[in-house]
Design a protein around this ligand. Structure first.
Ligand code: ZN
Length: 151
């Protein structure tokens, strides 16, 4: 990696780690908070000391990289939750439409399957969204609505 590609990196020509071909790997281990002894043991050819590593940490903006990494992971996690909630909304809408169309007296099993799937999807959605609203009462309201339209 060249210096211009990484603004958080400040290469020091007198630093063993900065000059090393293992620079990225060592930085990664430092970001992950791995113990110095592990880094020293992993790269015996560099003959590193703890003070080499301590000094090297000044050549690299760990806070900046750590914060960047944290936000990146947070964003990835949030995207995943949004995707899952969208998928669950889709399932709930489809099951609801289906349950509205089916006559529960003629096809009780279908209504039961639809209701169970809808119940599970709503419950999961609320768990994902961190919503403590009782999903069962919402399901019941939807179901009553569906039955009313059948009358
Ligand atoms: Zn360095």
């Amino acid at each position: 990696m060249s210096n211009s590609e990484n603004v958080a990196q400040l290469l020091n020509p007198r630093c063993k780690i900065c000059r090393s071909e293992h620079l990225e790997e060592i930085n990664q281990m430092l970001i992950e908070g791995r113990p110095y002894s592990e880094i020293i043991a992993k790269f015996p050819d560099l003959k590193l000391s703890k003070s080499n590593i301590t000094r090297h940490k000044r050549h690299f903006n760990f806070v900046k990289r750590g914060v960047e990494k944290y936000y990146q992971q947070l964003e990835e996690g949030a995207d995943k939750v949004v995707d899952e909630i969208k998928a669950l909304n889709d399932i709930i809408a489809r099951m609801r439409n289906y349950a509205m169309k089916v006559d529960p007296e003629k096809k009780p099993r279908v209504v039961e399957v639809c209701t169970n799937a809808m119940f599970r999807a709503i419950k999961l959605k609320h768990e994902l969204a961190g919503n403590i609203q009782d999903p069962a009462s919402k399901l019941l309201a939807l179901f009553e609505e569906a039955l009313k339209e059948d009358e």
